[in-house]
Design a protein around this ligand. Sequence first.
Ligand code: TXA
Ligand code: MG
Length: 316
Amino acid sequence: MNPNSTLSLGPSEADLVQAADLLRAGQLVAFPTETVYGLGGSALMGETVAGIYAAKGRPSFNPLIAHVASVDAAKDLVQWSDLAARIAAAFWPGPLTLVLPLREGHGVSSLVTAGLPTLAVRVPAHPTAQRLLSLVGGPVAAPSANPSGRISPTTAAHVHHGLDGKIAAVVDDGPCGVGLESTIVGLAGDAPVLLRPGGLAVEEIETVLGQSLLDRDQGDPLTAPGQLLSHYAPNAAVRLMADAPQSNELYLGFGARDGDLNLSPSGNLAEAAANLFDCLHQLDARNIPIAVAPIPDHGLGHAINDRLRRAAAPRD
Ligand code: TXA
Ligand code: MG
């Protein structure tokens, strides 16, 4: 993208229609929420989600939050529960994210969940975010709109400073009111878990629930961010940098090195990132050792190789 080509948009209806059109076309658009500015891209499009990681320069794939306009839109994506209904009724729209099991037919790219069977969803309260999400009409994945390792942006100027030339547009609607990321509550296990403290006080949530939230170390290891690094790991052994498979191995190809599956026959790293988790799941289902072709270690290749190394790491 041309270095000066990041559009500056405002909160007018015409601008939000333009921003929504860009998002529906698979472009990246930063937008304000009541917590921090988010770097948005369609959660349904794998290569767009790969573009989010590329724009942030994130060295690894951590799961992202899917933003939607309403509780009903959230229910299309995740398996709803009584507990979710109670918390959502009290705090949505607002600075709260819920992690719930994915629902069948959700359509969300596996790069959003980093291969997990759960999805983080949030209905932001900011009127501009609300309007934009309604116009998009589908889930928008959005981490904080800062380059990896830098502080979260609470003004459009922060976003421009970090991401100009890397994303299609920034919607400027002034400073964010909360200035802290959303509180994340995990509802995928037996008991509700606090996965990340944030803009909504834990005590308020506990009052509504009438019970305390588990610490994330006590919760379901599969849903605690600290544990995500070892997950998703295939059951089968994984061998990296393989020029060719051995006779007992399935081969995950890249570029001209074709295999049982190919992350990207044209050698495109964004396509490879978008396909990574689905390919690993498909090969893993066959319960045969997996050899993986070399992936160039630049751009998105860093994050792909990071994830592949975790998949290949010895485990108990
Ligand atoms: O306030 C916010 O939440 C902002 C605005 C833009 O909405 N977004 C944000 O996104 O902070 P991000 O990507 O910086 O943080 C997402 C967090 C990560 O810590 C990730 O580990 C956790 O959500 N997360 C996402 N999906 C998860 C899942 N399925 N299970 C457990 N944790 C998950
Ligand atoms: Mg962040």
